[in-house]
Design a protein around this ligand. Structure first.
Ligand SMILES: [Zn+2]
Length: 94
């Protein structure tokens, strides 16, 4: 692993917003909302909306605010102030 320089914040101005938006997704499991569907069965027939599963995965994009929060947490953890990474940072400046 090597230490690299990165901005301490993701912003539209440093190009991060355009780079990151739409790049990450999460699958959220949703209950089937087809009318009358209970665990994939509608009137004793396999539900045509969920194919009998009773739920489905919804692919949800990770929002810009959440991306910034994740990055902020990484910056807080790895910024040179104490411990191993501070020592690396000091060595690089000498
Ligand atoms: Zn269904």
């Amino acid at each position: 692993m090597k230490t690299i320089l990165m901005p301490d914040e993701l912003t539209a101005e440093n190009g991060a917003k355009a780079l990151f938006i739409g790049e990450f997704h999460e699958n959220v499991i949703m209950r089937c909302d087809h009318e009358g569907c209970e665990d994939g069965i509608v009137d004793e027939q396999v539900c045509e909306s969920c194919d009998g599963a009773g739920d489905y995965a919804l692919r949800v994009p990770i929002g810009w605010d959440t991306i910034k929060e994740i990055y902020k947490k990484a910056v807080e953890h790895y910024q040179p102030k104490s411990g191993k990474y501070a020592m690396q940072s000091l060595r690089e400046k000498v």
